[in-house]
Design a binder for this molecule. Structure first.
Ligand code: SF4
Length: 324
């Protein structure tokens, strides 16, 4: 099998040409199937896109939009929506679906919380989404950095609602609790896939640990909205997806997102198949029937896609439920 070395920037420093995914270099290639029409997106060209890009570069911020190679970047950045990725640009896990650079991270940037807050204010975001790489090397898994980022945003942009998309804080006692107590408006943690596929897709994570994290948010602060996401197209069955929905409902998760997995490079997990828009619609209907307050299921759904509008709908749905 040919071995390609992916030398794109590592995500940590401009000009850094270390392999982006050193652990994947020796793997055989997985053929990338041709994308169906419903997956195609336009190349980003708008003024808003370039303004967002300039600000991200100026403040030396990382975004998951770029690092994960999100297909929605043209649309989101044109509207000045970006999802900030904190704790640096290098992840200590090595999930086989993810394009974020992996390896040994650099020290935390103490200015990162303030820079994220400044960018939030500059971009006039009414709702900001902050995610991070996994930092298993840190004693608190990066919890304190999340807390400081939330606090900095509250000062710089007091009207902005805050959504966080966190790692699982596996084996970091007390870390999740500290982040929950910072009271973000939405606490998101993605399950990503069905439990049967964890060992190959998310080998560093544990399905029940992730579920427990989501459950613990609701137990500790019932007012906080909880959210989780799944990718399909990795080899899961529909029944397995429905079982995950049931598990999430037992954990009282409010909002479910489901999108199509897209393979970042030939070294990443293979695409098993493309679920059709009709199949996504069917999943959405079933998920609502199972009691989620909000569901977004479509080929290009991503955790943070339209997060601001979705947050407004989420609040309205909770109100309607309380009044109903
Ligand atoms: S969907 Fe999320 S990750 Fe993708 S470009 Fe939009 S804000 Fe960024």
């Amino acid at each position: 099998m040919p071995t390609l070395i992916d030398l794109r920037q590592s995500g940590e420093e401009p000009g850094d040409t270390r392999p982006r995914h050193p652990e994947k270099q020796g793997r055989p290639d997985n053929a990338s199937p041709r994308k169906p029409d419903w997956i195609r997106v336009k190349a980003p060209t708008s003024l808003g896109y370039h303004q967002t890009k300039d600000l991200v570069r100026e403040l030396k911020l990382h975004t998951v939009c770029e690092e994960a190679g999100c297909p929605n970047i043209g649309e989101c950045w044109s509207q000045k929506h970006a999802t900030f990725m904190i704790l640096g640009g290098i992840c200590t896990r090595a999930c086989s679906f993810c394009n974020v650079a992996t390896g040994k991270p650099l020290a935390l940037d103490p200015n990162e919380p303030a820079n994220v807050a400044y960018a939030t204010a500059q971009m006039g975001l009414r709702h900001v989404v902050v995610t991070s790489v996994d930092r298993d090397d840190l004693d608190d898994g990066g919890a304190d950095h999340f807390v400081r980022t939330i606090a900095a945003i509250r000062v710089a942009a007091p009207e902005t609602t805050i959504e966080i998309l966190t790692p699982d804080f596996l084996r970091k006692p007390g870390a999740a609790e500290r982040v929950i107590d910072a009271a973000p408006d939405v606490f998101n943690h993605n399950l990503e896939t069905v439990p049967r596929l964890y060992h190959s897709i998310r080998p560093g994570a544990r399905y029940y640990q992730s579920l427990r994290l989501l459950d613990s948010v609701k137990q500790r602060d019932p007012k906080q909205f909880t959210k989780s996401g799944l990718m399909v197209g990795l080899g899961e069955t529909k029944d397995e997806v429905l079982q995950v929905m049931d598990d999430l409902r037992v954990a009282n998760v409010d909002f479910l997102t489901i999108g199509q997995y897209l393979q970042p490079t030939k070294k990443h997990a293979a695409i098993d198949r493309f679920w059709t828009p009709e199949e996504f619609k069917a999943l959405e209907t079933i998920a609502y029937a199972k009691g989620f307050l909000m569901v977004s299921a479509s080929p290009l759904t991503r955790s943070s896609h339209h997060a601001g509008e979705d947050f407004a709908r989420l609040k309205a749905a909770r109100l309607a439920q309380a009044e109903g």
